[in-house]
Design a protein around this ligand. Structure first.
Ligand code: SF4
Ligand code: SF4
Length: 106
């Protein structure tokens, strides 16, 4: 069963490494899809995924264990930085290193 998981489903490091900011327009309150309860206001125009500025960071929408098996509880409604994050990118490798995971070979 676990063999069918994608690399990201077995990782989650980026969701527990970076601060994730996005436009307030992406929240439900702003007419978008990101649940209001997960978006903390930062400025009049931007907000931040809850938990991503904690020490250590971890998005409140992430479930499971990083490096083993994870899931995003708002996958369909996640904000643009999450949608645009590239598996196999330098930032991906950075996040994985932080969690003592080897970079993906893509
Ligand atoms: S750090 Fe890379 S491999 Fe891990 S979940 Fe994020 S994009 Fe996927
Ligand atoms: S919303 Fe989902 S994809 Fe984005 S950081 Fe949180 S857990 Fe990761």
């Amino acid at each position: 069963m676990a063999a069918n998981l994608s690399p990201c489903e077995r990782c989650g490091a980026c969701c527990a490494t970076f601060r994730v900011d996005f436009s307030i327009m992406e929240t439900q309150a702003g007419g978008g899809a990101v649940p209001n309860g997960l978006a903390l206001p930062v400025t009049a125009r931007t907000c931040r995924l809850r938990g991503t500025d904690h020490l250590p960071p971890r998005c409140a929408a992430l479930s499971g264990r990083v490096g083993e098996r994870v899931a995003c509880s708002i996958y369909e409604w996640r904000p643009s930085p999450c949608r645009e994050f590239s598996e196999g990118s330098d930032a991906c490798a950075q996040a994985r290193r932080r969690h003592r995971l080897e970079p993906l070979m893509v």
